[in-house]
Design a protein around this ligand. Structure first.
Ligand code: PLP
Length: 395
């Protein structure tokens, strides 16, 4: 009658989405400002001016704006993306290896389908964006989870080394990271590359890094986000404008295959094949063309930094254990009881919607998405204080 695997994925929405939907209902019942929804990464900051300017210009002047583009994307857009990357990172990307997508989700799904054969393994570093599991498994791959260093939340490199097998074809990196806000340093990237280079040689086949970069520009306090293709040739970049330009609902991003990647031509063909078989051809034309005018621009990320500082300083003062985020707009906070789901349920008493970390492949924490209004952060603080006081009373 129907596909049971897809049915299972459809009836269980993600923990993030579940809480987001709960928040919407609660807001209708109690009022918008009575619910502190920290569930989803929906940027509250407005897109930069270039977005509207470009869209208006295109709608008024481009007679062909609503037409199909080529399947991998409009040629001029792909050329602009390659030129931009090369200027920013002193690389040699070619538009021939750029594929425009409907956001990072499609970029990742296409890449996994293009790279993985049945039961190949894709390694991910915990804690991780939960949809990776769905994306990898729907490409018939197997997700292998590497533990983090529990203090710094960078990968445990010994565990990483041990988990690479002959079947490992992909390693997923997401820095700045969702859910921790951690940014991997140059030394971290070099260590990952060192291990991968040895293992790829041992198993005599390439192991590709798929770097998921929707938060590339969202880094604070002069934190540098190393550009992985400059450290490792076999890299596939999955980029999205959802967060940098505050356009998550418009669905625009791209895949960029490292210019020196092994089998780059064949991988690009497989990317086109995966895009075709998944129905992900021709990303939205209007937003593709807007990209040309907005490359390198971002929403005002100082607002996120302000939110981060307000929230981090207050939570630490109240006694919470918090991983200080250097990037993205998420904060990883230790739950006040061992079961993060129970803690998240209890926090609802104060209308604080915090995502339990279990679905990120790591227990005992909650994720706070602070891309909300600064007012929401300020108004929520007394409730975070009450929440920890309740737990202190409980002993
Ligand atoms: N990857 C990570 C780490 C994310 O946090 C998200 C969205 O929150 C995505 C991918 C999907 O992004 P997009 O909206 O571009 O599909």
């Amino acid at each position: 009658m129907y596909n049971h695997k897809m049915y299972e994925k459809g009836i269980k929405s993600s923990a993030i989405r579940e809480l987001f939907e709960y928040g919407k209902l609660k807001k209708q019942e109690l009022g918008e400002d009575k619910v502190f929804d920290f569930s989803i990464g929906n940027p509250n900051v407005k897109p930069p001016k270039c977005v509207n300017d470009s869209l208006i210009k295109l709608l008024e002047n481009d007679e062909h704006i609503h037409e199909y583009t080529s399947a991998p994307g409009d040629l001029n857009v792909r050329i602009s993306v390659a030129e931009y990357l090369n200027k920013m990172h002193q690389t040699t990307f070619s538009h021939n290896f750029i594929y425009m997508t409907t956001g990072a989700a499609a970029a990742l799904t296409i890449s996994f389908n293009a790279l993985l054969n049945d039961s190949d393994e894709a390694i991910v570093f915990a804690p991780f964006f939960p949809e990776y599991k769905v994306f990898v498994e729907s490409a018939n791959g197997k997700l292998i989870v590497v533990n983090p260093n529990c203090k710094t939340f960078v990968p445990d490199y010994t565990d990483f080394e041990n988990k690479i097998t002959e079947k490992t074809k992909v390693v997923i990196i997401n820095s700045p990271n969702n859910p921790t806000g951690v940014v991997y340093s140059e030394d971290d990237i070099k260590e990952i590359v060192r291990i991968l280079t040895i293992k790829a040689k041992k198993y005599n086949h390439p192991i590709y890094i798929v770097t998921d970069e929707p938060y590339r520009e969202l880094a604070y306090d002069d934190t540098v986000v190393p550009f992985i293709p400059n450290y490792y040739d076999n890299t596939i970049v999955c980029y999205s404008f959802s967060k940098s330009l505050s356009l998550p609902g418009e669905r625009i991003g791209y895949i960029a295959i490292g210019p020196k990647a092994s089998y780059a031509k064949e991988i690009f063909a497989a990317v086109c094949g995966a895009g075709r078989s998944l129905g992900y051809v021709c990303a939205p034309a209007l937003f593709q063309k807007m990209v040309i005018d907005c490359l390198g621009q971002t929403s005002d990320i100082n607002i996120y930094k302000k939110n981060r500082d307000l929230l981090y300083n207050a939570l630490v003062e109240y006694g919470y254990e918090v991983v200080k985020p250097k990037g993205a707009f998420y904060m990883f906070v230790k739950a006040l009881e061992s079961d993060a789901q129970m803690f998240s349920d209890y926090a609802k008493k104060y209308q604080l919607l915090l995502v339990p970390s279990d679905s990120f492949g790591y227990n005992g924490y909650v994720r706070i998405s602070y891309c909300v209004s600064t007012k929401q952060i300020v108004d929520s603080l007394p409730f975070f204080k009450k929440l920890i006081e309740d737990y202190k009373k409980r002993g």
